[in-house]
Each structure stands twice: as C-alpha cells, then as structure tokens.
Design a protein around this ligand. Structure first.
Ligand code: BT5
Length: 259
C-alpha cells in the first residue's frame, strides 16, 4: 500500500509499512519511544494480535482493512487525552462518508457505525511519565473490503458489504489524515472539543437513547441526555440521578442490541 499525493504538513508523512505485525499500536509505541516524530504512522496488512479496549481482541484479516496507528506528541493535560479519540472518531467517520458516500454514525466513544453495525474502532493509548505525556498512539481499525466477517462478531460489517463495492483504502486514509491534521491542531490550540461537538452529536447513535452501561462493577440502564463539553456521556439513571461517564472506562450498548 502506498499513500500518494498526501497534502498534510506532518500527519502520515513518516510511514512505516508492515505486511505482518502483532499490533500497529505496539509498534507505534515502540517507535515513539525511539524518537518518532509527531504524525508518524504505522500501517499493516495483517495484525496477528490486534487489540481492542480493555484487553479485547481486534480481528485484522490480511489486506481487507485499514489497520493503522498514528503517533502524537501533544502538550495536554493527561485527563484530556481521551478526547483525542472523539476527534479521531469524528474525522474517520467524515472521511469514510466522503470517500464511500455511506452514511456513517458514531457510537460513543470509539466505534464507527454504518446501518447500525460496527465498521471501525479506535484504541487510544498513552505513554506518560509521572505527569507529562511522552506520546499518544491513536490506533484505528476499519473493515473496508471484507466479504465475510467472523461469526463471533455478528454486529460487525464492512464498507464493501454495506456499499456493494470494493474501496481504495488509501483514499480513506488520505482523507482521514487531511481532516485529522486540521481538527487535531484546533483541538490542541483551544484545548477543547467544543468546536466540533455539534458535528459529533449529530452523528452520535446513542445520544438521546436508552442504553445499558457495562463496566466491571456494575451494569445499569440509563438515558443518554448529553455529551458534555469534556466529551463525557451524561446518563440519567432510572432513579433520576445523573452519572457522568468518561471515555474509555465502559461499554455502552443499546437496549435491544449493539446500538
Ligand atoms: C475497539 O475496541 O473498537 C478498538 C479497536 C482498535 C483496533 C486498531 S487496528 C490498528 C490498531 N492496532 C491495534 O492493535 N488496535 C488498533 P473495543 O471497543 O474494545 O471493541 C473490541 C470488540 O470489537 C471486540 O471484543 C469484538 O467484539 C469486536 N471486534 C473485533 N474485531 C472487529 C472487527 N474487525 N470489526 C468489528 N468489530 C470487531
């Protein structure tokens, strides 16, 4: 895979390409430690140990998707890092829609959805020492040309299955990098996602819906009444108390299925 005519200043300009790798996130973290510049990108055709959040597995069949990790070196408070997932999710959702014409939605915090099924996920990982950030790796997996998906993930789909077409992965990556560079820079400058929150909310499938919140300790039903200026989910529980959920710590499901 080659990314030609990339118009960004630095996003994706340094590129490491692997036929096979355990996980692009693992390699990106290692490369960041070895001094990779901001915007450096690791792409693989196949991941033998692709990672989801909370120790889950991300299936990454050969040549069928985009399995990539972007290295960032932001000057930000550590508490703000999960917001980068929202910035990346919005940009990838917009990039996919622009290239494929398919309507994409976002399932807070990190899934991209087409026709209520998952086509992409994001895993943001932080390397920090005491109180300062060394690097942030944004790993993104997109099912692009898969004709079949593993039966263990019945709520997953691919762009090819939804659009009945084979797509150029490079076009989606390029569009994403262009959009992400602009939005990431604005985010770093303003230290806030407020400028993109309206667009994010418009695409969000679980806003104004009843959901099931799952975390280690508990599982409960609630109504998603807002995504606040910090990007956290505000959930009204059945007893009318409000729970504010920070990105990354839970899974959110629809009452009757994945969305
Ligand atoms: C995610 O986690 O959705 C984050 C996925 C990030 C993957 C990228 S690929 C490049 C980079 N390198 C890595 O090693 N990872 C990143 P989570 O929300 O925890 O969802 C994981 C769940 O999604 C799994 O438990 C499965 O149920 C489902 N799943 C696994 N593979 C999938 C796939 N290819 N398409 C759709 N769903 C999948």
């Amino acid at each position: 895979m080659r990314i030609e005519d990339l118009n960004t200043k630095y996003m994706g300009k340094e590129l490491e390409y692997h036929e096979t790798i355990n996980s692009t996130n693992i390699r990106a973290k290692e490369w960041a430690k070895q001094g990779a510049k901001e915007g450096s990108l690791v792409i693989a055709e196949y991941q033998s140990a692709g990672k989801g959040r909370l120790g889950r597995t991300w299936l990454s069949p050969k040549g069928e998707g985009i399995w990539m990790s972007l290295i960032l070196k932001p000057f930000l408070e550590i508490s703000k890092i999960p917001q980068i997932t929202l910035v990346a999710g919005l940009c990838m959702s917009q990039a996919i829609q622009k290239v494929t014409g398919l309507k994409t939605e976002i399932k807070w915090p990190n899934d991209i959805v087409v026709n209520n099924k998952k086509i992409a996920g994001i895993l943001t990982e932080l390397s920090a020492s005491t109180n300062s950030i060394n690097s942030v790796v944004v790993g993104i997996g997109v099912n692009v040309n898969n004709q079949v998906l593993d039966t263990s993930i019945p709520y997953a789909t691919s762009l090819a299955l939804e659009g009945n077409k084979v797509y150029e992965r490079e076009e989606i990556i390029k569009e994403f990098l262009n959009l992400f560079e602009v939005n990431y820079e604005q985010y770093i400058k303003e230290k806030s996602i407020v400028f993109l929150l309206a667009d994010y909310k418009e695409r969000c499938v679980n806003l104004n819906k009843e959901v099931i919140i799952l975390n280690n300790q508990q599982e409960y039903i609630g109504y998603v009444q807002n995504i606040n200026d910090e990007g956290s989910l505000e959930v009204r529980k059945l007893d009318n108390t409000i729970e504010t959920i920070f990105t990354g710590e839970v899974s959110v499901r629809g009452l009757y299925g994945y969305v």
